[in-house]
Design a protein around this ligand. Structure first.
Ligand SMILES: O=C(O)CCC(=O)C(=O)O
Length: 483
C-alpha cells in the first residue's frame, strides 16, 4: 500500500509535541552530550551545514536534487533501492540497480525536469543505505560534526569486520556491512516504514536537499505499537491500524518534526520512527554508538539471542553445538553475536587504554590527571565497557570455552589495524576536546605492559579482571554501577 503523507493528515495520531530545534553554533559538545546523548532525547540542529560540499554539488540552483551531478560522477555505483509501494516482511521490497538506472527512473517519473508528482498506485523508488563514503573516499562531500564523532561503530568498522565467522561470511557483504555512513535519495512521497535503528544505535540525518516529516514514539511507549505477542510492530503508522492486532496503538503520544533543508536531526536509541519525504530529498545519515548508548546494543543482542535460542529449542538435545548454532544464527539475523561484540569491546577497551597509557607515561606521575576532559572521557568509556562486559558475563556464562573467544593479546596488539584504530581514537577524542593528538605512539612499550599481565583473554570474567587491573594501575576510577 502506498503511504503518501500530506501536511494535513496524521491519521488520528495524537501528536504531543514537536522536536526542539537548536542553533548548533550555540551548543558546546558537553551540552550536546549531556542534554541529548545522555538523556537519549531527539533534537534538530540548525546552521551547521554551510560549508558542506554536498550542499553545493548535490543541489541545483532552484533547490532540487542535482540528479545530473550523480549520473555524471557516480553512475556506475550499485545501490539498494526500496520500492516504497511494496512491503516485504517488515520492510519495503529492495531492488539492486545502478545509480544511472535509479536516476533514469526518477527522471522518467518526474517528466520534463519538474518535481515529482506521484500518482496513486504508482510506486516510488527510494535509494537507501548507499555506502557513499566507503565507495568514494577521495571525494569528501561533508564533514561529520563534532557532536557525532564519538562513534565506536564506524571507527571500528574502518579497521575490522564486525563478524568474521567463515560459515556466515559472504563476499557480497563486503560493502554492505563495511560501515554505517549512508546517503539516501528519494522523490517526494518516498518514505521509510516504522522502525527502530540497527543495533539500537543512535542516528543522525542531514537534509542536503528537500524536507522530511518525522514521527517518533519514545522508548517508554514503543510497546504500544507492538502486536499482542510483542513480536512485530505496525508497518505503516499512517495506514488504518488493525485494532485487533495492535490493541494499544491508539494510546501512543507522538513527537513530530518537519525537518527542513540544511537541518540535522539526532535520532536517539530505541525511539521508533517513521519518515516521509515531503519533497524530492537527499539526505546523509550515520548510525553510531558509544559509551552513552552501549547498553541499548547489549539489550538488543540479548533479546535477539533469546529469540534465536527459542527458535531452535526443539533441537537442543540432538545438537552437538547448540550454543554455537545460536550464536551463528544471532550473527546472521542481527549482524553480530556475543563473541563479535566481546571482541569489539576488547579492542575498543585496548584502544582507549593506549591513550591513557601514553598520558600516564607522559605525565611521569603515579596517576594521569583525572581532571582533564580527555581523561574523564576515557574513564567514562572504560566504565561503560566494563559495565557491559559484566552484563555479558552474567547472561552468557562468560563465553568461557566458546570457540572463537580466546583472544591472543599479542596478535591483537601487533595487528597493524589495531595501531591505526588507536591513532583514530586519539584523533577523535583530541578533536572532541580540542586537544592536539599524539604524533607518535610508544606502541612496543604498551604491548610489553599488557603482555606482562597475561597472554590471553579467555572469558569475560578474565576480561573484567583485566579492566580492573589496568584502570587501577593508571589511577582511573571506573564507575561500576549504572550512570
Ligand atoms: O530518511 C529516512 O527515510 C529514514 C532515516 C532513518 O530512519 C534514520 O535516520 O534513522
Amino acid at each position: 500500500m502506498e503511504a503518501f503523507w500530506c501536511e494535513e493528515s496524521t491519521m488520528g495520531l495524537q501528536i504531543g509535541g514537536e522536536i526542539e530545534k537548536v542553533d548548533g553554533n550555540q551548543l558546546s559538545y558537553n551540552e550536546f552530550a549531556e542534554k541529548y546523548l545522555a538523556k537519549n532525547f531527539p533534537v534538530v540542529l540548525t546552521g551547521l551545514m554551510d560549508d558542506w560540499i554536498a550542499c553545493k554539488n548535490w543541489v541545483t540552483e532552484d533547490g532540487r536534487p542535482n540528479l545530473k551531478f550523480f549520473s555524471t560522477h557516480f553512475a556506475e555505483s550499485t545501490v539498494q533501492v526500496a520500492d516504497c509501494g511494496t512491503r516485504e516482511f517488515t520492510d519495503q521490497k529492495r531492488i539492486e540497480m545502478t545509480v544511472a538506472q535509479f536516476i533514469d527512473q526518477w527522471v522518467n517519473q518526474n517528466g520534463a525536469g519538474g518535481s515529482s508528482t506521484v500518482g496513486s498506485g504508482q510506486s516510488v523508488l527510494y535509494l537507501k543505505d548507499w555506502h557513499f563514503v566507503k565507495e568514494y573516499p577521495d571525494y569528501v562531500p561533508y564533514k561529520t560534526l563534532l557532536f557525532f564523532c564519538d562513534d565506536w561503530l564506524n571507527l571500528y568498522l574502518d579497521h575490522y569486520r564486525m563478524h568474521n565467522d567463515p560459515d556466515t561470511y559472504r563476499e557480497s557483504n563486503e560493502i554492505s556491512c563495511s560501515d554505517y555512513r549512508f546517503v539516501y535519495m528519494g522523490a517526494k512521497g518516498s518514505w521509510t516504514p516504522f522502525h527502530a535503528d540497527v543495533f539500537r544505535s543512535y542516528s543522525w540525518s542531514a537534509n542536503v536537499c528537500g524536507r522530511k516529516k518525522w514521527f517518533f514514539l519514545s522508548p517508554s511507549q514503543s510497546h504500544l505499537a507492538f502486536d499482542r505477542n510483542l513480536k512485530n510492530t505496525v508497518y505503516n503508522i499512517l495506514d488504518e491500524v488493525d485494532e485487533e492486532k495492535y490493541p494499544e496503538f491508539k494510546k501512543g503520544v507522538w513527537l513530530a518534526c518537519t525537518q527542513e533543508q540544511d537541518e540535522i536531526i539526532f535520532v536517539p536509541s530505541g525511539w521508533y520512527h517513521q519518515v516521509h519525504n515531503l519533497e524530492d530529498t537527499i539526505s546523509i545519515n550515520h548510525n553510531w554508538f558509544n559509551g552513552h548508548n552501549l547498553s541499548w546494543v547489549f539489550d538488543l543482542l540479548l533479546r535477539d539471542y533469546k529469540e534465536a535460542q527459542e527458535y531452535i529449542e526443539d533441537i537442543r538435545d540432538i545438537s552437538d553445538d547448540f550454543e554455537g548454532l545460536c550464536q551463528r544464527n544471532l550473527a546472521a539475523n542481527t549482524g553480530m553475536n556475543f563473541v563479535d561484540f566481546s571482541i569489539f569491546l576488547l579492542r575498543l577497551f585496548l584502544a582507549n587504554l593506549t591513550q591513557v597509557f601514553h598520558r600516564y607515561t607522559d605525565s611521569k606521575t603515579s596517576s594521569v590527571s583525572s581532571s582533564s576532559q580527555l581523561t574523564q572521557h576515557f574513564t567514562f568509556n572504560l566504565s561503560a565497557i566494563r559495565r557491559i562486559v559484566v552484563k555479558v558475563e552474567e547472561s552468557m556464562d562468560g563465553l568461557a570455552g566458546y570457540p572463537g573467544f580466546s583472544i591472543n593479546l599479542k596478535d591483537t596488539l601487533e595487528d597493524p589495524e589495531f595501531l591505526k584504530l588507536c591513532i583514530d581514537v586519539g584523533k577523535t577524542y583530541g578533536m572532541i576536546h580540542d586537544q592536539p593528538s599524539r604524533s607518535s605512539y610508544e606502541h612496543e612499550a604498551f604491548i610489553d605492559e599488557i603482555l606482562d599481565y597475561g597472554s590471553h583473554i579467555v572469558s569475560t570474567k578474565v576480561f573484567v579482571k583485566f579492566i580492573d587491573f589496568f584502570c587501577h594501575k593508571f589511577g582511573l576510577i571506573v564507575q561500576k554501577a549504572e550512570f
